[in-house]
Ligand binder design. Sequence first.
Ligand code: LP5
Ligand code: MN
Length: 241
Amino acid sequence: MAMTLFIADLHLCSEEPAITAGFLRFLAGTAREADALYILGDLFEAWIGDDDPEPLHRQIALAIKDLVDSGVPCFFIHGNRDFLLGKRFARLSGMTLLPEEKMVELYGRKILLLHGDTLCTDDHGYQAFRKKVHQPWLQWVFLALPLFIRKRVAARMRADSKASNSSKSMAIMDVNSHAVVDALERNDVQWMIHGHTHRPEIHSLCANGKPAFRCVLGAWHTQGSMIKVTENDVELIPFPF
Ligand code: LP5
Ligand code: MN
């Protein structure tokens, strides 16, 4: 049956080989049956430039390329960890890079796709951080730095992020309901799929004066998480690695 798959928040890194193995198995198995695969951000734990020689990156790119070459197109929306993933990695992996919000129509159903961080508008600290690191000139300067310095900056940002998250409430780190309705109404759509919050769930709400649905992908910690869209259904599916 025709189906399209969505995943997000794998946070791949060399220290978590079980997640990588789970992803490689997914790419070689389940994903082959899809009409397309959408990766909605945070595929990697941290991305400091396409020139990083980390062998894991090449391994992942080639595995995605195999899927694409088998006839399954793969699309990518940046997350807050891998917003610097660029054209070189996209070319190597055969993935198509999408803008931060993308409307798709699948089997007659219109769906808004996004990473999810832009919906967390109550997290003022994060939104200020995001605005800064999304400035093209700052990214350009960062990418021109030697790799060992970029690694240190990223490690520092990760440590600061962990420290600041431990003092934030769960509510602040979740999506803001007005931001959700606003995104649905701006795009005149009843469905959205996102990740980022690591709180897998299909929420019902109201937007454009009609029922609407917010589908949240889970992070890949000890198991995988995907959303399967078919002609009849939108299903959130956890699965073992
Ligand atoms: O990532 P996670 O799950 O820990 O928490 C996120 C938010 N944190 C982040 C930061 C990333 O983890 C760091 C990733 C590094 C990537 C590679 C380096 C690229 C460098 C590029 C430079 C141009 O996204 C966290 C949210 C949480 O999700 C839930 O939504 O709360 O937000 C923060 O921790 C941010 C702090 O709250 C705010 C810190 C204030 C910073 C002020 C501006 C500093 C500007 C620095 C510019 C160099
Ligand atoms: Mn994220």
